[in-house]
Design a protein around this ligand. Sequence first.
Ligand SMILES: Cc1cc2nc3c(=O)[nH]c(=O)nc-3n(C[C@H](O)[C@H](O)[C@H](O)COP(=O)(O)OP(=O)(O)OC[C@H]3O[C@@H](n4cnc5c(N)ncnc54)[C@H](O)[C@@H]3O)c2cc1C
Ligand code: FES
Length: 508
Amino acid sequence: MQQDDAPKGPDLAGGVELAQFSDGKLLGHVGDEEVLLVQSGDDIFAVGAHCTHYHGPLADGLVVGNSIRCPWHHACFDLRTGEATRAPAFDPIARFKVEQRDGKVFVGDKVAPCPIRPRSLKETPEKIVIVGGGAAGFAAAEMLRREQFAGEIVMLSSEAEAPVDRPNLSKDYLAGSAQADWIPLRSGDFYRDLKIDLRLGVEADSIDVAGQAVVLKDGARLAYDRLLLATGAEPNRLPVPGADRPNVHVLRTLADSNAIIASAKDARRAVVIGASFIGLEAAASLRARDIEVHVVGPEKIPMERVLGPEMGRCVRALHEEHGVIFHLEEGVSAINERGVVLKSGEVIAADLIVSGIGVKPRLTLAEKAGLTIDRGVVVDRTLQTSAPGIYAAGDIARWPDRHSGENIRVEHWVVAERQGQVVARNMLGAREVFDAVPFFWSQHYDIPINYVGHAEKWDEIVVHGEIMAHDCLLEYKLNGKTLAVASIFRDADSLKAAAAMEEGRAPV
Ligand SMILES: Cc1cc2nc3c(=O)[nH]c(=O)nc-3n(C[C@H](O)[C@H](O)[C@H](O)COP(=O)(O)OP(=O)(O)OC[C@H]3O[C@@H](n4cnc5c(N)ncnc54)[C@H](O)[C@@H]3O)c2cc1C
Ligand code: FES
């Protein structure tokens, strides 16, 4: 074993004293495996030290009751069972035997995975149809089986591939640093073994609400007892001449990301249209491929609308340090064989063009079905639409958010997955309220931005730390109340902010 790979901390099999714990945790190892000891009340748990999402260090996580939360993207694990109770992780963490004797704690062998008891199986629908093979659809199907739902699950996806790790498509995968086999959320065996009838390249055309059936494009009917609509969002297309040229790409699916990668192989210069999350993540990934990157956007400061001017300037500086050239307060009037024609008349030559100018929720099915729509599919606190038995989750759902007191719709991966998980339990009768604090992350080069809460507008931003030093936490306040918190490399504070908001306390 290389020195760098050596497991950290003391040998837990040889015993450690409680005094060695810091903040209720102690990182050590058993053999080659890193193990985390966690004290919660009178109990001491020994669990695998890494999150099963992207391997985040649970030693830096937050213990809340009998659970531990990952510092990177806030997945949550039950310390008693190891279960990943909240997305974005789905697999459990390992558990180990713990013994206390002679004032010391000893860690023994790994414990077999805990069988999960169904918690919400109060109703027994026979057929569940999920329209959408993305974050919310996948999480719902997975949770239905975890809850030991034994009936039929049909999941329709208009995409050609089984559910993928969509956030990665603009980050490591596009940059060329993620393996292709990291991208599917699960292998094909998973769907077969769990009897999830995943139908790829199949589009739902309409819903017969009275007859409880989904009608497919080819006219076939799929009966359901419960239905989840998780149709996500589609990229806005550039409304200019030349937007359909073959070197102009959007980025939503694995196929889109693969098409950009294929074009990038021979490209020397790329123009990214749109200076928000997808556009700038794509810009960073294309710079990692050593392509000259120009970013065009109408705003004065990138990401100002969501993160405010200070953080926006920091993001701009970060990209400029990596060689990105910005053309802000600019628009595109056409795309032609010479490149991208700006409204100012300037032409930026480009082999590769990526358009990231926002998305719109895919509402057609819900609209045709007569469901209540208000800039999204309106759902109640249990994520049920205006039609009993039909739920909506993810990018299309507008739900009553307890934390902001408003009906909100967001486009966040973790929110979509957690909504899918809640819908699964509610389809089985749990009547659980969706009250998770919204969370998203974005990654630019090696700088992650974490965001907790939801602030569409604010009248004050309080900055803690140094934004330009990439060590900061920003509070977005309206009328004195902190609605959201954005942070860079303040993972512990971000976790604490989310936990406080859950309990109705001030996040900072
Ligand atoms: C490149 C990229 C990077 C991102 N990065 C981040 C990030 O870092 N952090 C973050 O929080 N969020 C990120 N997001 C946003 C996040 O991916 C979305 O919020 C999330 O995927 C929404 O999940 P969803 O289930 O609602 O929709 P989706 O994941 O889009 O899934 C919708 C599914 O429905 C299918 N579908 C639609 N209509 C039909 C129909 N009629 N019949 C059958 N199937 C249909 C689609 O084919 C698709 O499979 C990113 C998005 C993209 C595109
Ligand atoms: S690495 Fe733990 S939630 Fe992502």
